[in-house]
Design a protein around this ligand. Structure first.
Ligand code: MLT
Length: 243
């Protein structure tokens, strides 16, 4: 992964399609007040303890499974309006929250997933144009390895951003865009989701989730542009809120 100091001044999208960024977007779309990313389970407990009873929820995973004593796992399907509306969600995941905190030197940090692809692309290109900065697409991957589900989204973002303006793509962004275009073709709407789903299922994150019986989470993550919101990470407050 890119060194933190290389991101200084940049507009960054943090990507963890399966599932951290998809889940944080779902939580905010369903009315959570904020999402507070934490590196460790201990830190998550400490952060949640600062809230009055009933104001915060503990969510996340280790090895894909819910953490003992936590309110919620890392399935976006758990973060319904009935559960999260008006609450602060303290979230710790294996790779996604780590990648997010890794990017804290960037000028602008947003969370991207297929469920907010177009909104995230538009936000990034506007933010970067306003600042005259570059855009970095940071893939969380799994245990330091690049994963296809994240590269496909990086490609979708690169394609959308490049289509909108005169952006020069790096070789890695162009490779990701080509991978995305091979999956998406010219499809849109339900047809696009149907093309994306098997690619996500076959990815590393998808294979892990299928092994845990969590295929429904992959189906949720494969809904392109289900939401139009963009979560923004406020590095000072260490809080993710709707931009
Ligand atoms: C992660 O951060 O590594 C993912 O969220 C893993 C998962 O959802 O199981």
């Amino acid at each position: 992964m890119v060194a933190p100091e290389q991101l200084a001044g940049s507009a960054v999208a943090v990507i963890d399609v399966l599932r951290a960024t998809t889940t944080a977007i779902a939580a905010l779309a369903n009315g959570a007040r904020e999402v507070l990313p934490c590196l460790t389970i201990e830190e998550a407990h400490k952060r949640a303890a600062r809230f009055a009873s009933g104001e915060a929820l503990l969510g996340g995973e280790r090895g894909g499974l819910a953490i003992e004593g936590f309110d919620l796992g890392n399935s976006p399907l758990e973060y319904t309006p009935e559960v999260v509306a008006g609450k602060s969600v303290v979230l710790t995941t294996t790779n996604g929250t780590k990648a997010l905190l890794h990017c804290r030197a960037a000028a602008e940090i947003v969370l991207a997933a297929f469920v907010n692809l177009s909104a995230a692309a538009e936000f990034l290109s506007q933010a970067a144009r306003k600042r005259g900065s570059s855009i970095d697409l940071v893939c969380s991957g799994t245990d330091g390895q690049v994963t296809r589900e994240d590269v496909l989204l990086a490609g979708g973002l690169a394609a959308a951003i490049a289509a909108e303006g005169n952006w020069q793509l790096s070789d890695s962004a162009a490779i990701a865009r080509d991978a995305w275009q091979q999956v998406s073709g010219t499809a849109s709407g339900e047809e696009l989701n149907a093309r994306l789903l098997p690619a996500l299922i076959a990815s590393r994150g998808g294979t892990n989730l299928c092994g845990l019986g969590m295929q429904a989470d992959i189906e949720f993550a494969a809904q392109v542009d289900r939401f139009s919101l963009v979560p923004r990470f406020e590095a000072q407050a260490q809080s993710i809120v709707v931009a």
